[in-house]
Structures are given as structure tokens and as C-alpha cells.
Design a protein around this ligand. Structure first.
Ligand SMILES: Cc1ncc(COP(=O)(O)O)c(C=O)c1O
Length: 397
């Protein structure tokens, strides 16, 4: 029988090593649980980094994808298909986007960012303001807006005129956004930075400043969108209406898809025929998956469900946990003196998949369908996990 370690040996001999050594070789998933090739089960508290919104093997998603695959998987953008049109309409409806708004479908988050960067260039300006801690993707345009130097520097020079400002610092934002600014990019909750939420006041200031200076406000909801925070889109809690929104991750429930949403006819008209494109974007398979995700969130009242189960993570009083932050089912558990990498390993050994998002914090982004019982299972196990991690750390010379 092929084991996980056999497969990891083959991985090392066949893959570009940009991800280092994978932690596990996963074979299958059902609901919020995944099983590795050696048969060990784990509660998936990460859902493929905020992707498997409906968990694994959800019947609505499986049926939608299977049915669509039997009719048409791909049609090219010389043509279109009903699932693409229907998904665009549904996204605009749940986004509350005004008349004349539009959707451009891509295949990933970074491609959605690229589309937003090109949109911002159509203002006739080139200067972009982004936030410290930001993550907008790894393609070279998106990378220029991604703050972490270690990601950017090996690939410089990237597109110029990107300015980074400290998040939630009103004064810095007032100074940075001016009449030369093409766009301001913000993530309502910065997932990769360790689940750092922007305040509603800051988002409203961002809206006011960009409007006053004729710059676009782009909200990156690639990680926070599609129900993850308990709203359809995280920025909606602040009441702002952006000029553009980027989506990916949870939208396809695991089937690759990305999207740029343009708000209102003026912004939508900024990209005209021939100015952007992609071969796979808007393919009926991915769009059928997106429709199944949105339908299921609505039909099963998952936004309310997220609010309810996420309350369990509001006040976690466990020795070794300094606190939690984030919103809905995008959370960080800040640890008190125990390295997150050690906790991640101990959690995995105990049958829980979590992510060491910073050296001191775990990220939780479970499927939106996780039950209170499943989340309790993790919280009940956490003290012992922390104890194991603490002892393992003490044994390190
Ligand atoms: C906020 C945000 N933007 C953009 C991206 C890039 O998305 P992708 O990895 O699909 O290119 C990510 C991925 O983690 C993200 O979290």
C-alpha cells in the first residue's frame, strides 16, 4: 500500500518546492472531516485556507458540478453560458451592487487582483495605496501590493508607485490618498497578516477619501467574502459601497474561480472589449459550483449559522490562550508564550487541522457548515494540545 511518506518522497522528486514539504497527503473529505492516505481522520478547521465553504463532498456542490460536467465544462469567451450569467447576477444581488454593475470572472484570487489593478489604471493614474500586512496575491502585479518584503523582494522591480500605509491609521490614510491616487486596496480583515480586522470607521474613511479624490476603493474579499465573516461580504457590516471587490477562495467551494465585481455603470464601463481576458474565466463548471455555494448558503441560512457557531470563539478562556480576534469563521487564536508552529503540530497529531498564521497565532477558517459540536470538540481538546506543544518546546535544546 502506498503510504504518506512514499508519496512525500515522490513529491520531493517531482514538484517545484515552493511550498516546502507538505504536512500531510490528504485522500478524501466528508463534511468538516478529511482523511489522509494513511487513514487518519482530522477535523478540518482551515478548509483549504477558507476555500471549502460547504465542507468536503457537499451533495449540492457535487451534484451541481457533476451535472454541469455532463453538459459543458468549458465554452471559451467567444461564447457564454447560463451558469456564468446566473452566477454574475447572483453575486451582484447579494453584493447589493447598483444598476449597471458587472462581474469579470477569473480563476484565482491573484487574477482577480490583476483585473482590479488594470481597472485602476483606467483612471489614468498609476499610484496605488495598499496597507501594511496586506496580501493580494503572488502574480507580479498583485505581488507589488502584497506587503511582506520576503515575498516581493526576490522579484523586484515590480510595478512602481505602490505606497503602503499602516492599517487603521486614519492620519496616514489621509496623507496617502490624494488626487494622484488610482486606487486604495483594502482587506476588511487581513487574513494572512494574522486575522487583523479593519474598523468600520476606517473603512468609511477609506470610502470618503477615495470618493473625494476620484480614486477607486477596491475591497479584497478573496478570503473574507462569501459568508466567511457572517455577512455575504465583510465590508457590508460597515455600510460602505466600494468601487470594486475581488473574490475567489470560498466562491467555488473548492472549484477554482475568481471574480472582480465593478460597482455601478461608470466603473463597469472602465474596462472595454479587448482590454482584459482569460481563457478559463467564467467557465460553466466553476460557475455552476459558485451557484451551488451561493444557493446553499442562502437555503441553509449559513450566514446566521456562522454568527451562531462563531460565538463559541468569542471568549476562549483556556490557559495558554491570550485571546481571539477576527469575525465569524475567520479567527485567530493568539497564544500566550507557546509557538504556534508547535501547537499546529500537536493539533495535527490530535486530529485537528489548524494554521500557524503568525509565530504566535493560529488561524481558524473552518467550513461554514461546521457544527457547534465539532467546534466544541476542538476547544475541549485545546488544553491538552497546548500542553503537548509546551512540553515539546521545552524538549527543544
Ligand atoms: C486576501 C487575499 N487576496 C488574494 C489572495 C490570493 O489568492 P490566490 O491564492 O487564489 O491567488 C489571497 C490568498 O490567500 C488572499 O487571502
Amino acid at each position: 500500500m502506498t503510504t504518506g511518506s512514499d508519496l512525500l518522497g515522490r513529491y520531493a522528486g517531482s514538484m517545484v518546492q515552493v511550498f516546502g514539504t507538505p504536512q500531510l497527503v490528504l485522500a478524501s473529505g466528508h463534511g468538516c472531516w478529511v482523511t489522509d492516505v494513511d487513514g487518519k481522520r482530522y477535523l478540518d478547521l482551515l478548509s483549504g485556507i477558507a476555500v471549502n465553504a460547504l465542507g468536503h463532498g457537499h451533495p449540492a456542490l457535487v451534484q451541481a458540478v457533476t451535472k454541469q460536467a455532463e453538459s459543458a465544462i468549458h465554452v471559451s469567451n467567444f461564447f457564454t453560458s447560463e451558469p456564468a450569467i446566473a452566477l454574475a447576477e447572483r453575486i451582484l444581488a447579494v453584493a447589493g451592487a447598483p444598476e449597471g454593475s458587472g462581474v469579470f470572472f477569473a480563476n484565482s484570487g491573484t487574477e482577480a487582483t490583476e483585473a482590479a489593478i488594470k481597472l485602476s489604471r483606467r483612471t489614468g493614474r498609476t499610484r496605488i495605496v495598499a496597507l501594511e500586512g496586506s496580501f493580494h496575491g503572488r502574480s507580479t502585479g498583485a505581488l507589488a501590493l502584497t506587503h511582506k518584503a520576503a515575498y516581493r523582494e526576490p522579484f523586484e522591480p515590480l510595478i512602481p508607485e505602490v505606497v503602503f500605509v499602516a492599517p487603521d491609521d486614519a492620519e496616514a490614510l489621509v496623507d496617502a490618498v490624494d488626487d494622484t491616487t488610482a486606487a486604495l486596496f483594502v482587506e476588511p480583515v487581513q487574513g494572512e497578516a494574522g486575522v487583523r480586522e479593519l474598523s468600520g470607521d476606517y473603512l468609511r474613511l477609506a470610502r470618503a477619501l477615495t470618493s473625494a479624490h476620484g480614486a477607486l476603493l477596491v475591497v479584497d474579499e478573496i478570503q473574507t467574502g462569501v459568508g466567511r465573516t457572517g455577512d455575504w461580504f465583510a465590508h457590508q457590516a460597515s455600510g460602505i459601497v466600494p468601487d470594486a471587490m475581488t473574490l475567489a477562495k470560498g466562491l467555488g467551494g473548492g472549484v477554482p474561480i475568481g471574480a472582480l465585481v465593478t460597482y455601478g455603470s461608470d466603473v463597469t464601463a472602465m474596462l472595454t472589449a479587448g482590454q482584459h481576458g482569460t481563457t478559463f474565466g467564467g467557465n460553466p463548471l466553476a460557475c455552476a459550483a459558485g451557484l451551488a455555494v451561493l444557493d446553499t448558503i442562502e437555503r441553509d441560512h449559513l450566514l446566521e449559522h456562522v454568527g451562531r457557531v462563531a460565538a463559541l470563539l468569542d471568549d476562549v478562556e483556556i490557559e495558554g490562550v491570550a485571546g481571539t480576534r477576527g469575525r465569524g469563521l475567520l479567527r485567530a487564536v493568539e497564544l500566550d508564550g507557546i509557538p504556534s508552529a508547535a501547537v499546529m503540530v500537536a493539533a495535527r497529531d490530535a486530529g485537528f487541522i489548524v494554521n500557524a498564521v503568525t509565530p504566535t497565532a493560529l488561524r481558524l477558517a473552518p467550513p461554514l457548515v461546521i457544527t457547534e459540536e465539532e467546534l466544541h470538540g476542538f476547544l475541549d481538546a485545546l488544553p491538552a494540545i497546548l500542553e503537548v506543544a509546551r512540553s515539546a518546546e521545552q524538549m527543544v535544546p
